[in-house]
Design a protein around this ligand. Structure first.
Ligand SMILES: [Zn+2]
Length: 213
Protein backbone atom coordinates (compact mmCIF):
# COMPACT_ATOMS: atom_id res chain seq x y z
CA UNK A 1 0.00 0.00 0.00
CA UNK A 2 1.34 3.46 -0.88
CA UNK A 3 1.79 6.05 1.88
CA UNK A 4 -1.32 7.89 0.69
CA UNK A 5 -3.39 4.70 0.51
CA UNK A 6 -2.41 3.95 4.10
CA UNK A 7 -3.74 7.34 5.19
CA UNK A 8 -7.08 6.59 3.51
CA UNK A 9 -7.28 3.14 5.14
CA UNK A 10 -6.43 4.25 8.68
CA UNK A 11 -8.43 7.48 8.36
CA UNK A 12 -11.49 5.35 7.65
CA UNK A 13 -10.72 3.03 10.56
CA UNK A 14 -10.24 5.97 12.94
CA UNK A 15 -13.69 7.33 12.07
CA UNK A 16 -15.30 3.83 12.16
CA UNK A 17 -13.97 3.27 15.68
CA UNK A 18 -15.13 6.68 16.89
CA UNK A 19 -11.58 7.90 17.55
CA UNK A 20 -12.15 10.82 15.20
CA UNK A 21 -15.28 12.85 14.53
CA UNK A 22 -15.58 14.75 11.25
CA UNK A 23 -12.40 16.55 10.32
CA UNK A 24 -10.71 16.49 13.73
CA UNK A 25 -7.49 14.52 13.99
CA UNK A 26 -4.74 13.89 11.49
CA UNK A 27 -2.38 11.13 10.42
CA UNK A 28 0.97 11.02 8.70
CA UNK A 29 3.41 8.42 7.48
CA UNK A 30 7.04 8.94 6.50
CA UNK A 31 9.30 7.33 3.92
CA UNK A 32 12.80 8.81 3.76
CA UNK A 33 12.49 12.58 3.48
CA UNK A 34 8.88 12.46 2.29
CA UNK A 35 5.87 12.62 4.59
CA UNK A 36 2.32 11.93 3.44
CA UNK A 37 -0.15 13.72 5.69
CA UNK A 38 -3.92 14.06 5.79
CA UNK A 39 -5.26 17.29 4.28
CA UNK A 40 -6.63 20.19 6.30
CA UNK A 41 -10.40 20.25 6.75
CA UNK A 42 -11.21 16.94 5.07
CA UNK A 43 -13.30 14.13 6.62
CA UNK A 44 -10.85 11.34 7.39
CA UNK A 45 -13.27 8.62 6.22
CA UNK A 46 -13.67 10.19 2.78
CA UNK A 47 -10.07 10.60 1.72
CA UNK A 48 -8.73 9.52 -1.64
CA UNK A 49 -4.99 9.05 -2.19
CA UNK A 50 -4.73 12.11 -4.48
CA UNK A 51 -6.27 14.29 -1.74
CA UNK A 52 -3.37 13.60 0.64
CA UNK A 53 -0.52 16.11 0.41
CA UNK A 54 3.10 14.95 0.44
CA UNK A 55 5.60 17.31 2.05
CA UNK A 56 9.35 17.26 2.56
CA UNK A 57 10.98 17.49 5.98
CA UNK A 58 10.92 21.31 5.79
CA UNK A 59 7.15 21.26 5.24
CA UNK A 60 7.30 22.22 1.55
CA UNK A 61 4.55 20.73 -0.58
CA UNK A 62 5.92 18.06 -2.93
CA UNK A 63 2.64 16.65 -4.24
CA UNK A 64 -1.09 17.27 -3.91
CA UNK A 65 -3.44 20.22 -4.33
CA UNK A 66 -4.89 20.50 -0.83
CA UNK A 67 -3.39 22.19 2.22
CA UNK A 68 -1.58 19.80 4.58
CA UNK A 69 -3.13 19.37 8.04
CA UNK A 70 -2.69 22.36 10.34
CA UNK A 71 -0.75 20.06 12.71
CA UNK A 72 1.87 19.23 10.08
CA UNK A 73 4.53 21.27 11.98
CA UNK A 74 3.97 19.01 15.01
CA UNK A 75 4.31 15.87 12.89
CA UNK A 76 7.53 17.14 11.29
CA UNK A 77 8.96 18.19 14.66
CA UNK A 78 8.40 14.66 15.98
CA UNK A 79 9.97 13.07 12.90
CA UNK A 80 12.94 15.40 13.19
CA UNK A 81 14.09 14.03 16.54
CA UNK A 82 12.73 10.48 16.72
CA UNK A 83 12.81 7.31 14.63
CA UNK A 84 9.01 7.40 14.28
CA UNK A 85 7.75 6.55 10.81
CA UNK A 86 4.06 7.26 11.44
CA UNK A 87 2.01 9.54 13.68
CA UNK A 88 -1.66 9.51 14.68
CA UNK A 89 -3.33 12.50 16.35
CA UNK A 90 -6.97 12.42 17.49
CA UNK A 91 -9.40 14.21 19.80
CA UNK A 92 -10.78 10.88 21.06
CA UNK A 93 -13.19 11.40 23.96
CA UNK A 94 -11.55 9.69 26.94
CA UNK A 95 -8.05 10.84 26.03
CA UNK A 96 -9.34 14.39 25.79
CA UNK A 97 -11.13 14.05 29.15
CA UNK A 98 -7.84 13.05 30.80
CA UNK A 99 -5.98 15.79 28.92
CA UNK A 100 -8.38 18.44 30.22
CA UNK A 101 -8.41 17.33 33.85
CA UNK A 102 -5.04 15.81 34.76
CA UNK A 103 -1.30 16.35 34.50
CA UNK A 104 -0.70 12.73 33.45
CA UNK A 105 -2.37 9.37 32.96
CA UNK A 106 -1.12 7.13 35.77
CA UNK A 107 -0.40 3.43 35.19
CA UNK A 108 -3.65 1.66 36.06
CA UNK A 109 -2.99 -1.28 33.74
CA UNK A 110 0.25 -3.04 32.81
CA UNK A 111 -0.51 -2.66 29.10
CA UNK A 112 0.45 1.00 29.56
CA UNK A 113 4.05 -0.27 29.30
CA UNK A 114 3.36 -0.92 25.61
CA UNK A 115 3.31 2.85 25.16
CA UNK A 116 7.01 3.00 25.93
CA UNK A 117 7.41 4.70 29.29
CA UNK A 118 9.00 2.34 31.82
CA UNK A 119 6.97 4.11 34.53
CA UNK A 120 3.74 3.34 32.65
CA UNK A 121 2.83 7.03 32.68
CA UNK A 122 1.47 8.98 29.71
CA UNK A 123 2.38 12.65 30.09
CA UNK A 124 0.11 15.55 29.21
CA UNK A 125 1.90 18.14 27.07
CA UNK A 126 1.41 21.73 28.17
CA UNK A 127 -1.30 23.64 26.34
CA UNK A 128 -0.46 25.77 23.32
CA UNK A 129 -2.50 26.91 20.31
CA UNK A 130 -2.98 24.22 17.67
CA UNK A 131 -0.55 24.25 14.77
CA UNK A 132 2.09 26.37 16.56
CA UNK A 133 5.78 25.57 17.08
CA UNK A 134 5.11 25.90 20.85
CA UNK A 135 2.63 23.03 20.74
CA UNK A 136 5.04 20.96 18.64
CA UNK A 137 7.82 21.55 21.21
CA UNK A 138 5.55 20.71 24.16
CA UNK A 139 4.39 17.48 22.53
CA UNK A 140 7.92 16.47 21.63
CA UNK A 141 8.97 16.91 25.27
CA UNK A 142 6.02 14.85 26.55
CA UNK A 143 6.80 12.10 24.03
CA UNK A 144 10.45 11.73 24.97
CA UNK A 145 11.17 8.00 25.37
CA UNK A 146 7.49 7.20 24.84
CA UNK A 147 5.13 6.29 22.04
CA UNK A 148 2.16 8.30 23.32
CA UNK A 149 1.36 11.67 24.81
CA UNK A 150 -1.76 13.60 25.66
CA UNK A 151 -2.13 17.28 24.79
CA UNK A 152 -3.74 19.55 27.38
CA UNK A 153 -7.31 20.57 26.47
CA UNK A 154 -6.82 19.06 23.03
CA UNK A 155 -6.34 15.29 22.47
CA UNK A 156 -3.66 12.68 22.07
CA UNK A 157 -0.80 11.70 19.80
CA UNK A 158 0.97 8.40 19.22
CA UNK A 159 3.93 7.33 17.11
CA UNK A 160 5.04 4.04 15.59
CA UNK A 161 7.43 2.35 13.19
CA UNK A 162 4.41 1.86 10.92
CA UNK A 163 1.02 3.52 10.64
CA UNK A 164 -0.58 0.34 11.95
CA UNK A 165 1.63 0.52 15.05
CA UNK A 166 0.84 4.20 15.67
CA UNK A 167 -2.86 3.50 15.14
CA UNK A 168 -2.88 0.57 17.59
CA UNK A 169 -1.08 2.79 20.11
CA UNK A 170 -3.88 5.34 19.75
CA UNK A 171 -6.49 2.62 20.36
CA UNK A 172 -4.59 1.45 23.44
CA UNK A 173 -4.18 5.01 24.74
CA UNK A 174 -7.90 5.63 24.39
CA UNK A 175 -8.71 2.31 26.13
CA UNK A 176 -6.39 3.13 29.05
CA UNK A 177 -7.93 6.59 29.41
CA UNK A 178 -11.42 5.09 29.32
CA UNK A 179 -10.57 2.53 32.00
CA UNK A 180 -9.17 5.25 34.23
CA UNK A 181 -11.99 7.74 33.70
CA UNK A 182 -14.67 5.08 34.21
CA UNK A 183 -12.74 3.77 37.21
CA UNK A 184 -12.85 7.23 38.80
CA UNK A 185 -16.62 7.11 38.47
CA UNK A 186 -16.79 3.87 40.46
CA UNK A 187 -14.13 4.41 43.11
CA UNK A 188 -10.47 5.18 43.45
CA UNK A 189 -8.49 3.29 40.79
CA UNK A 190 -5.39 1.56 42.17
CA UNK A 191 -2.17 2.72 40.56
CA UNK A 192 0.47 0.09 39.75
CA UNK A 193 3.68 0.49 41.74
CA UNK A 194 7.20 0.66 40.31
CA UNK A 195 7.82 -2.86 41.60
CA UNK A 196 4.68 -4.23 39.98
CA UNK A 197 5.63 -2.64 36.66
CA UNK A 198 9.23 -3.89 36.92
CA UNK A 199 7.88 -7.42 37.50
CA UNK A 200 5.84 -7.16 34.30
CA UNK A 201 8.92 -6.11 32.32
CA UNK A 202 10.90 -8.95 33.90
CA UNK A 203 8.24 -11.52 33.03
CA UNK A 204 7.95 -10.23 29.47
CA UNK A 205 11.72 -10.49 28.99
CA UNK A 206 11.92 -13.92 30.62
CA UNK A 207 8.70 -15.81 29.91
CA UNK A 208 8.29 -19.11 31.76
CA UNK A 209 9.03 -22.27 29.76
CA UNK A 210 6.03 -23.80 28.09
CA UNK A 211 5.69 -27.37 29.35
CA UNK A 212 5.81 -30.09 26.68
CA UNK A 213 4.89 -33.73 26.84
ZN1 LIG B 1 -5.90 18.40 17.11
Amino acid sequence: MSLREQLCEYGRRAVDLGLVIGTSGNLSVRDGDRVAVTPSGAALDRLTPEMCPIVDMAGRLVAGDLRPSSETPMHLAIYETTDARAIVHTHAVFGTVVATTMAELPPVHYNALLLGGMDGVVKVAEYATYGTPELAANVRAALEGRRAALMANHGGVTVGATLEEAFEATRLLEWLCEVYVRGLGVGRPAILTKEQLAAVVERTLNPPDFPRL
